[in-house]
Design a protein around this ligand. Structure first.
Ligand code: GLU
Length: 427
């Protein structure tokens, strides 16, 4: 019954719409939970959406008009929380999906925050620092009335950086006449950032991979790893795998293409090469490999760490990794989930695997509220505990109900959010 409804929805869905994918995932778990129909109707859409038109004076004097969004999916458990993406292919439905995933992410790791996300359709790689600053500041001038340290707290995401967070925080503080640094997380250390925030997504993901490997009886020392995407999450996933867990990183990629060395890449050297040339491609001790072929490598751990919808119904049957650690948001389409589960691929779903970023964002908020600065060890210890406990809570449900890890994560998250919505008397 549950299965057939999900299949029908997948068949009817417009292809590659992340919001449809997010709703299919939600509906599947909501049916398992026999969730009240009104609660279900309420939770499967965002509470609020702001669409913005952002005119920016470019360096050559002409004005470019950008479109931006901030979507607040649910704040029953606390302020909306989630990043802002700058991306040429950004769509409102992508931002809606990402906002909804943030709600479940914060709930599954049990931090007292809701879900939100922002986005601007733009090509940050083609923009100068001054253009990016003007865009960041006008974005905040439009959104500042609905964000705030107790309302909605943005953070970095794809192609947004600590410097961009600094401009946004500054603009908010000027407009509100406050020093509420906790309005934005992922800031530089000098202005209220947290130690360990830069590495948090990858570090948190590795804590869950460590637990998964142990549960599967897979030693991580010399385990083979492939990483798709070499931004913040992907590059640190590769580096931490090599340095902390003694893994062999066979292949990495970025938007220009991938590189492979069967004996393992030296990630510090790859990072240097990327800093110098702007891409991982052309690294001297490697052969080229496409992003698509990288996903199908016979490795112990595969990290999709770029964008959504890269493991689909088309290639899912060819995924050979034992563990798929979803550092990206939404990398796996719903129809692929069933194939991976059927093939015993252990998927650590995005809302659990990449929650380290928002967990340390939450730590940053707590430090900002209390005007405190925690040590790196303190942050790592607390992150480790949160990720380990959350992983096992999800694994236990997956085993007890014989369901896949993603559905189990949704079951945990939806129950927590629905309880908050009910207790507050909303539905
Ligand atoms: N953008 C990250 C995510 O998707 C972090 C969000 C945050 O720190 O608020 O989880």
């Amino acid at each position: 019954m549950v299965q057939s409804t999900r299949e029908a929805k997948i068949a009817a869905a417009p292809e590659h719409d992340p919001f449809v994918a997010a709703q299919v995932q939600f509906d599947h778990a909501a049916e398992l939970l026999d969730l009240d129909p009104a609660m279900r109707q309420f939770l499967r859409v965002p509470q609020r959406e702001l669409h913005m038109t952002l005119p920016v004076r470019m360096d050559d004097g002409h004005v470019e008009v950008f479109t931006g969004f901030r979507i607040q999916h649910n704040d029953a458990r606390g302020p909306n929380k989630g990043g802002i993406r700058f991306h040429p292919q950004e769509t409102v439905n992508t931002v809606k999906a990402l906002a909804m995933w943030m709600t479940w992410k914060c709930a599954v790791v049990d931090i007292p925050l809701g879900g939100g996300k922002g986005g601007v359709i733009c090509s940050p790689k083609a923009m100068s620092a001054t253009e990016l600053e003007r865009l960041s500041r006008i974005y905040v001038r439009e959104v500042w009335r609905i964000i705030g340290p107790h309302a909605d707290v943005p953070a970095p995401d794809v192609y947004t950086t600590p410097q961009i967070m600094a401009w946004m925080m500054d603009e908010y503080c000027k407009l509100s006449g406050t020093s509420d640094f906790g309005v934005i997380t992922g800031k530089p250390l000098e202005i209220g950032g947290s130690l360990g925030r830069g590495t948090a997504t990858a570090q948190g993901g590795w804590y869950t991979v460590r637990e998964a490997a142990q549960a599967l009886g897979l030693p991580l020392k010399d385990a083979s790893v492939a990483v798709q995407g070499f931004g913040n999450a992907g590059s640190y996933a590769a580096l931490i795998g090599q340095e902390q867990f003694g893994c062999k990183i066979l292949a990495v990629s970025d938007s220009s293409g991938g590189i492979i060395n069967e004996n393992g890449l030296d990630i510090n050297e790859v990072l240097k090469h990327k800093r110098e040339t702007g891409s991982v491609t052309g690294f001297r001790y490697s052969e080229p490999i496409s992003n698509e072929a990288l996903l199908e490598l016979n490795v112990d751990v595969l990290w999709p760490a770029a964008l959504e919808n890269v493991i689909t119904g088309e290639n899912a049957g060819r995924i050979k990794a034992k563990i798929v650690a979803e550092a990206a948001n939404g990398p796996t389409a719903p129809e692929a989930d069933e194939v991976l589960h059927g093939n015993d691929v252990h998927v650590i779903p995005d809302i659990l695997c990449n929650a380290g970023g928002v967990i340390v964002s939450y730590f940053e908020m707590v430090q900002n509220y209390s005007r405190d600065q925690w040590t790196e060890e303190d942050v790592a210890r607390r992150l480790n505990r949160k990720m380990t406990e959350s992983y096992h809570a999800v694994l236990d449900i997956a085993k007890a109900r014989s369901i896949d890890m993603r559905t189990a994560a949704y079951v945990v998250a939806i129950q927590r959010v629905a309880a908050a919505v009910g207790l507050r008397g909303w539905v």
